[in-house]
Ligand binder design. Structure first.
Ligand code: HEC
Ligand code: HEC
Length: 216
């Protein structure tokens, strides 16, 4: 479903592939510090430091991704950084991974295998769940939420009885709530603008969180 994967942030980049390439032997991590990837190379600049300021000044993930992708493709003459270390989709994936990881505290628990959660302990997802107002309409035991405007989300990890994989169904339910309505509910009860209000990482964190704390 291309309409869902694109939109903001990493587009349809494969973050797991990006992380695998970043941390691979002789790759980016051997020259760069990136805390979330667990790499400590000292030959090039520390990428957390390089992008922290941009992140704090509100520079979006898309911009950071473009900067990284440009750096990979156009290294200055005489640099120690090899040119075109990764190309094509791989370069896109690495850049998207760095853009979502650089300057963000913590370390990714795993996530070099597609589908494995990349994005931390789940605390971020819980915080977003509350900050984005989900708790004002939904019940969810882990978040101590008990509102009943929308369906309870303790069973959301099961995928709502649709044939879609639960992660995809959850993502769609958040960014495009009218695409599939929960039985018994009418259209337009759930805000439709989360795709704009949340960035790609926040949506990922929410999906990871709901999958992790829900009944299977
Ligand atoms: C052999 C060491 C080496 C490898 C491998 C390497 N880099 Fe670099 N990188 C550097 C050096 C040195 C610089 C400093 C700028 C320059 O020399 O042009 C740099 C600069 C950068 C910058 C700019 C940082 C800033 O402060 O503006 C980014 C982004 C970057 N590298 C990302 C990557 C990515 C992503 C990879 C993997 C695809 C990678 N690097 C692989 C050595 C390396
Ligand atoms: C103003 C109330 C409201 C808010 C705020 C809200 N929702 Fe909803 N949500 C609903 C309603 C009503 C439905 C059922 C109708 C539908 O499927 O769109 C729903 C459906 C869902 C579903 C599908 C559930 C099912 O069983 O089909 C999920 C998942 C979901 N919301 C997650 C979230 C998350 C995550 C947030 C916060 C980012 C959120 N919602 C914010 C009202 C809300």
């Amino acid at each position: 479903m291309p309409a869902l994967a694109s939109g903001c942030g990493g587009g349809d980049a494969d973050l797991a592939n990006g992380k695998r390439l970043f941390t691979g032997e002789g790759q980016c991590g051997s020259c760069h510090v990136l805390a979330r990837a667990g790499t400590g190379g000292r030959i090039g600049p520390n990428l957390d430091q390089a992008f922290l300021a941009s992140r704090l000044s509100g520079l979006g993930e898309t911009t950071i991704r473009d900067v990284v992708q440009l750096q990979i493709a156009q290294v200055r003459r005489g640099s120690l950084m090899p040119e075109d270390l990764v190309v094509g989709d791989d370069a896109r994936d690495v850049a998207a991974y760095v853009a979502q990881a650089a300057g963000v505290p913590g370390e990714d628990p795993g996530g070099t295998v597609a589908g494995q959660p990349l994005l931390g302990s789940g605390d971020e997802g819980k915080r977003t769940f509350n900050a984005a107002g989900c708790a004002s309409c939904h019940s969810l035991s882990d978040a101590g939420a008990s509102a009943a405007v929308g369906p309870g989300l303790d069973d959301a990890a099961r995928g709502g009885g649709t044939p879609q994989p639960p992660a995809e169904w959850l993502r769609q339910s958040i960014v495009d709530p009218n695409a599939v309505l929960a039985p018994g509910y009418r259209r337009n009860l759930m805000p439709e603008d989360y795709a704009q209000r949340l960035d790609a990482r926040e949506v990922d964190q929410l999906v990871d969180y709901l999958l992790r704390v829900g009944r299977r």
